[in-house]
Design a protein around this ligand. Structure first.
Ligand SMILES: Nc1ncnc2c1ncn2[C@@H]1O[C@H](COP(=O)(O)OP(=O)(O)OP(=O)(O)O)[C@@H](O)[C@H]1O
Ligand SMILES: [Mg+2]
Length: 357
């Protein structure tokens, strides 16, 4: 079969009695064999989109196709071609580990001998070979996750949807899931994964779509998204500003040749005298970008520590001298400087802002 593995066109979902659209005109396509990351803050509409694509949620408008089949009019056929590993554990607690796999395959019409063979092979592959008879309630979060992946693979799907596959997993379990995603990709399975984890998205995905408020804000390869950010690197400085205000420093640093944008970051938690009282969390965001309302910088005395991030369009090291000289001229005391490459997290924050959902 030709054509994309997943196609979403002007998709809209409004839940009953909800004041707004959970998915609000989303369009994208996922090529066959691709690992596609759907990235977005809480409530962005990722799970709802996966719900529509996996026939669990009825769309309000627009169209969605999986392997060329319409998810509404061809729902039964679509279900036989895809698998979903949901955000929340939905294993059958009345069945053993192995029977969760066997029953799922039976539902999908896999023959008796074949489903036993596949179950044993997948238990082995997912590191669960010693647990065939265990009850679901005795599994750890990571074991449940691996079992749900195994269950999804029992009927050999062409497209696998993973909704936050590694949230809540320890680093070993997360790496295991990542290895599995890469193996599936090598086997030609299309993988659509949702995540908040930028490193995970950057590491695993061929392309990433960033969604917020049910709409697509950007779609590209991780490297392409990072290139789209203004600047080629960052310089982060921590200063005690002296007489100058934060706005002053931001304005003066913004005027330096090679500096594209200056962002004020949250204050350091263990600030100097005059900083935030102990135990009080720093303001979650200050001076964000992207035209989204952000809270003001914390009011404070001139001795508060300030953290500023400069996005620069040159090698960040060449800006070090001018930045320190300018801050010195403003009688601001520099306590820390670090240089960095922009990351997918910077893209995400630049597009979706810093406000909590
Ligand atoms: N069954 C439902 N009924 C009503 N509203 C819902 C339902 N499920 C989700 N919503 C709302 O739809 C919006 C999108 O939710 P969704 O779960 O799709 O977001 P998400 O991107 O998966 O978020 P998270 O990262 O927290 O998992 C949210 O505002 C949410 O409150
Ligand atoms: Mg979700």
């Amino acid at each position: 079969m030709n054509g994309p593995a997943v196609e979403v066109q002007d998709l809209v979902k409004r839940y009953p009695k909800s004041p707004g659209n959970a998915v609000d005109g989303l369009s994208f396509a996922v090529e066959r064999g691709e690992v596609f990351g759907l990235l977005g803050p809480n409530g962005a509409g990722k799970t709802t989109t996966v719900g529509v694509l996996t026939t669990r949620v009825l769309p309000t408008g627009g169209r969605a196709r999986v392997v060329g089949l319409d998810v509404v009019s061809d729902a039964v056929a679509v279900r036989s071609r895809l698998a979903v590993v949901p955000q929340r554990v939905n294993l059958d607690r009345s069945l053993s580990v192995r029977n969760n796999l066997i029953f799922h395959a039976a539902y999908h019409g896999v023959g008796r001998a074949e489903r036993r063979r596949r179950a044993d092979a997948l238990l082995d592959r997912m590191g669960l070979a010693d647990k065939p008879d265990a009850l679901i309630d005795t599994l750890s979060g990571g074991q449940s996750q691996r079992l749900m992946i195994a269950r999804g693979l029992m009927h050999r799907p062409e497209v696998l949807f993973l909704d936050e596959p590694s949230t809540g997993l320890d680093p070993q379990a997360r790496l295991f899931v990542h290895d599995q995603v890469r193996e599936l990709e090598a086997e030609g399975v299309t993988v659509v994964l949702t995540t908040h984890d930028m490193d995970e998205a950057a590491k695993l995905s061929d392309r990433v779509g960033i969604v917020d408020h049910g709409t697509l804000l950007a779609l590209d390869t991780p490297a392409g998204l990072i290139r789209s950010l203004p600047g080629r690197g960052t310089v982060e400085v921590t200063v005690v500003p002296g007489e100058a205000t934060a706005d002053d420093l931001v304005a003066r640093l913004s005027g330096l040749a090679g500096v594209e944008r200056v962002e004020q970051l949250a204050a350091t938690p263990a600030g100097p005298p005059g900083g935030l009282p102990p135990g009080m969390p720093p303001w979650p965001g200050a001076g964000g970008t992207g035209g989204i309302a952000t809270p003001p910088a914390p009011a404070g005395s001139a001795t508060d520590t300030l953290r500023l991030r400069l996005y620069v369009d040159a090698d960040p090291a060449t800006l070090l001298g001018p930045v320190v000289a300018l801050l010195g001229a403003c009688e601001a005391q520099v306590s820390d400087v670090s240089l960095g490459e922009p990351s997918l997290e910077d893209v995400f924050i630049s597009l979706t802002g810093r406000d909590l959902r």
